[in-house]
Design a protein around this ligand. Structure first.
Ligand code: FES
Length: 160
């Protein structure tokens, strides 16, 4: 459902800023990951168009940079929605009904897990253990940890 083009939260891509950042950091040991983290932090995601710029600065192929971005799930590939709901799918939360909770929330929020709603209001993402297993099912909603969630509570917290 989420699309990079015409995303309501899409910021103007700034290749110059990415090049400057990569150039400043390229002397580090193993600079690629720190550069990608810095881009992710500065822009809120790693735009597809940043990859050839970073590859050029580090003298890598675009495929090498793409491979690293794809391998690490930390890197957001599209801008996040206004609210970010990360729901735990690891074992303890699964045992306490996380999958049903996810289904209920997908229906109520109108967005599939792993996607951002078309209006840019909600990003709904899986995580794998938030260290809150004793209070499962757990979720991180706009950076705040919550436990023993049901769909109604999660939706209220997400400002649906
Ligand atoms: S398994 Fe969900 S918080 Fe640990």
């Amino acid at each position: 459902m989420s699309t990079r083009a015409n995303h309501p939260l899409q910021k103007d891509f700034n290749g110059h800023a990415v090049r400057e950042l990569a150039t400043r950091m390229k002397q580090m040991d193993g600079p690629l990951l720190p550069i990608l983290h810095a881009v992710n932090e500065q822009f809120g995601y790693v735009d597809e168009r940043a990859l050839p710029v970073i590859a050029d600065v580090l003298n890598l192929t675009r495929a090498e940079v793409q491979g690293v971005v794809s391998f690490y799930h930390d890197f957001r590939r599209t801008p996040a929605g206004r609210h970010v709901v990360k729901i735990c799918r690891a074992e303890a939360c699964q045992a306490m009904g996380a999958e049903r909770l996810i289904g209920d929330m997908e229906t109520a929020l109108g967005v599939k897990l792993g996607e951002t709603r078309a209006d840019g209001q909600i990003t709904f993402e899986p995580v794998y253990c938030l260290g809150n297993c004793a209070l499962s099912p757990a979720a991180l909603i706009d950076g705040q940890l919550h436990g023993r969630l049901n769909a109604a509570a999660a939706l209220a917290l997400a400002g649906k």
